[in-house]
Design a protein around this ligand. Structure first.
Ligand SMILES: Cc1ncc(C[n+]2csc(CCOP(=O)(O)OP(=O)(O)O)c2C)c(N)n1
Ligand SMILES: [Mg+2]
Length: 381
């Protein structure tokens, strides 16, 4: 039985672990950057951690992050089911197992911040607050989709939510993200751009060009490598001469190597928070490598037979949702609250599915609209 004394001991044990980790992370940055302000801020957050549930992340953010991870998981599993029913058209790339990365970064963002992602972008789109119905509707090619069914899974975009596109040409979006960050710097705006990509993308020229450019100009951009160990059907270790595809290359651009446990939303959130603060304070770009794993194959057509036996099962033991559910319990959140979140999310996904099934396909007369942006020539002057 959980007595008040035992509960308080559990909470203070957890908090001291988090406080210690926050302090280690803060010190790591302070020694390399010499930023006294950041140290003071980390100390404040560390002392808040000893106050129980109200640590550097806090209960409200944790509940939000749990809900988000469950929503991404349920929506993607539903997308897979709908594909099996031949209701999702075209290909799709799921990030089942990678939910903590999108969640941690989105939770630490401010509303005006911008995100750029790849064809594996459902999670990042949902994490910025795009409704499940609009994402599933888009995958199903329906008129209620995010882009009225004309973009599909690989092109989810919502400028209104700061989702600046999902890019199917790998690496193509890194220089574009630099452009978005350069605009903020030039205009004196405080928004930060975050750009997600995979481990395989670190072998593309655009990755190195963008990193160099961002570092030279000290742009407010965060490059996030979701290292899920594979680029399509090739283990990343077979095609790079270094240990960590992103982190091992950071020093070439004068950046600190940052490696994060991508299965733990709290760890991702803390790394993201530090990088956003640094970017907003004019400290320039960050390169963060999140170690993670995709449960399914590269795309819907891939049974992922190339993976060694037992690898998937080992990663499933470190399921981000399982880890976070346990975390909430350690912080004293009642099982009924956790189950309530799960039930609410399931209803959202069920309702969205029904709405999408009932939605019409887009009318033919919109076939030529939204194909390109006609901004005119005024910008030249
Ligand atoms: C420039 C370019 N070359 C090749 C491809 C084909 N391609 C699609 S996905 C992919 C692998 C990308 O792997 P990674 O960057 O690790 O991302 P993940 O799919 O694991 O999220 C490749 C080579 C492409 N889309 N664009
Ligand atoms: Mg990969």
């Amino acid at each position: 039985m959980l007595t008040p004394a035992l509960f308080s001991a559990v909470v203070s044990f957890c908090c001291s672990r988090f406080a210690a980790r926050a302090k280690v992370a803060a010190n790591k940055h302070c020694t390399t950057r010499g930023n006294a302000g950041r140290m003071a801020n980390a100390e404040n957050r560390t002392s808040a951690a000893s106050a129980g549930l109200n640590d550097d992340i806090g209960e409200a953010t944790r509940l939000k992050m749990y809900r988000m991870q469950v929503e991404i998981r349920e929506a993607e599993q539903r997308a897979y089911d709908l594909f099996l029913q031949n209701l999702v058209k075209g290909t799709s790339h799921l990030s089942l197992g990678q939910e903590a990365v999108a969640t941690g970064f989105a939770a630490a963002m401010k509303p005006g911040d911008l995100s750029f992602c790849t064809y594996r972008g459902h999670a990042h789109t949902l994490a910025r607050g795009v409704p499940v119905e609009q994402v599933l509707g888009e995958l199903m090619g329906r008129d209620n989709g995010l882009m009225r069914g004309k973009g599909g899974s690989m092109h989810l975009t919502s400028a209104e939510h700061g989702v600046m596109g999902s890019y199917a040409i790998i690496g193509a979006h890194l220089p574009i993200a630099c452009g978005a960050a350069w605009r903020a710097q030039y205009k004196g705006h405080k928004d930060v751009t975050v750009c997600f990509f995979g481990d395989g993308t670190t072998n593309i020229g655009a990755f190195h060009e963008a990193l160099n450019f961002a570092a030279v100009w000290k742009l407010p951009v965060i490059f996030v490598c979701e290292n899920n160990l594979y680029m399509e059907y090739t283990p990343i270790g077979d095609v790079i001469p270094v240990e960590h595809p992103a982190a091992s290359r950071a020093s070439a651009y004068g950046l600190e190597p940052v490696i994060v446990d991508g299965q733990d939303a709290d760890a991702v959130y803390r790394a993201a928070f530090t990088a956003y603060e640094r970017a907003r304070a004019g400290g320039g770009p960050s390169l963060i490598e999140c170690k993670t794993y995709r449960y399914s194959g590269h795309s819907r057509a891939d049974p992922a037979k190339y993976r060694p036996p037992g690898e998937l099962e080992r990663w499933k033991e470190r399921c981000p949702i399982k880890i976070y559910r346990e975390r909430l319990k350690q912080f004293g959140i009642a099982e009924s609250v956790i189950a309530g979140i799960e039930a609410e999310v399931r209803k959202v996904v069920d309702d969205a599915t029904e709405a999408c099934k009932a939605a019409p396909t887009p009318p033919l007369d919109i076939i030529t609209t939204d194909v390109y942006a006609d901004g005119g020539w005024a910008w030249r002057n």
